[in-house]
Design a protein around this ligand. Structure first.
Ligand code: KIV
Length: 296
């Protein structure tokens, strides 16, 4: 009798079916066990262990410094927490640019060592051959075009892409080529809404928009933007659904203030011991007094 390997895991093929039914797909980034668990409990379809972790979690000013070892550690933590959603590991800069072989070795580590269900690759061009190689090896690949932060310098900064007819047409061509290379979904970042709509209409695989309008098949946001934790400048599309950063700071300030005033810890946060044991403990044994005098 055959049984699914992961009980309750959303099947990858269900994403296309959702898009066909007009059900929007929801993806959020997560970088650790608790956020993976919470994303699962909140009903996310996909959890992306994004290389945005380099900025949101590790304090770098771009995503470029993220390493394989860092991304593997974060992915392992997320897969321990997120059971139903598909967990997609973002391949960091340098892990797939050199060759198909490099891309394969690194993608296999994400799937085999860290438990990821799929990987994400930025760009088209050489990424097409990488996607073909990974899909050929049985590793599902999510594409990512438009604003690709790993090549932000080449793109002239963190700005919307595809704003001229020619550039929009190139994006459409890249999207079609990534689908042909076997990608199961495509992130469209900072693409004008009508361009994203045309790409979504043209492809058979689902598109996931971030700053690309409402006509994509789903949406993705960075967790720290959603929660209001990230302190740096956020893009205009990063809607904040909470101000958890301010709440964390407030809690820490109240903790510090109570320690300094002596209000914490109070009796309810303290362990007691039986009276007779305490009395025996406080009564110094006579030979230990003798020992300490002798040493003195
Ligand atoms: O690294 C990341 O968080 C991403 C999303 C913005 C799609 O690539």
């Amino acid at each position: 009798m055959s049984r699914p390997m992961h009980d309750g895991k959303l099947p990858l093929t269900e994403l296309g079916a959702m898009a066909n039914r007009g059900e929007r797909i929801v993806m959020v980034t997560a970088y650790d066990y608790p956020s993976g668990r919470l994303a699962d409990a909140a009903g996310m379809d996909i959890v992306l262990v994004g290389d945005s972790a380099a900025m949101t979690v590790l304090g770098h000013s771009t995503t470029v410094p993220a390493t394989m070892e860092e991304m593997l550690m974060l992915t392992r933590a997320v897969t321990r927490g997120a059971k139903r959603p598909l967990v997609v590991a973002d391949m960091p800069f340098g892990s797939f640019q050199v060759s198909d072989e490099d891309a394969l070795v690194n993608a296999i580590r994400f799937v085999k060592d860290a438990g990821a269900d799929a990987v994400k690759l930025e760009g088209a061009g050489p990424s097409l051959s990488r996607a073909l190689a990974l899909v050929g090896a049985g590793i599902p690949v999510m594409g990512h075009i438009g604003l690709t932060p790993q090549s932000a310098t080449m793109l002239g900064g963190y700005r919307a892409q595809g704003k001229t007819a020619e550039k929009a047409r190139r994006l459409l061509e890249d999207a079609v080529a990534l689908e042909a290379a076997g990608c199961f979904a495509l992130v469209l970042e900072a693409v004008p809404a009508p361009v994203a709509a045309r790409i979504s209409e043209r492809l058979t695989i689902p598109t996931l928009g971030i700053g690309s309008g409402a006509e994509c098949d789903g949406q993705v946001l960075v967790l720290h933007d959603v929660l209001g934790i990230y302190q740096g400048r956020s893009p205009r599309f990063a809607k904040r659904y909470a101000e958890i950063g301010a709440e964390i700071q407030d809690a820490l300030e109240r903790f510090a203030s109570e320690v300094r005033s002596g209000a914490f810890p109070s009796e309810e946060h303290t362990y007691a011991m039986p009276e007779d044991e305490l009395a025996a403990f406080l009564e110094e044994p006579s030979d230990s007094r003798a020992g300490s005098r002798a040493e003195a």
